[in-house]
Design a protein around this ligand. Structure first.
Ligand SMILES: [Zn+2]
Length: 60
């Protein structure tokens, strides 16, 4: 899945383009203000992402 994180400081939206197969937390650094942002991926997030991927595939 792709996580999208909005920076708490400058509001920049950043896509985390990495495979996230299971619930986890990690940090990324904002590209604009270099604030360290905690990203939390829950099982619900992964299920939602999987469902939207499946919906996108069905549309094609
Ligand atoms: Zn920022």
């Amino acid at each position: 899945m792709r996580a999208v994180v909005t920076c708490e400081s400058c509001g920049l939206r950043q896509e985390v383009a990495r495979a996230i197969p299971e619930p986890t937390t990690f940090h990324i650094v904002c590209h604009r203000c270099e604030l360290s942002l905690l990203v939390t991926v829950t099982e619900a997030d992964i299920l939602t992402a999987a469902a939207s991927v499946a919906a996108g595939a069905a549309r094609r």
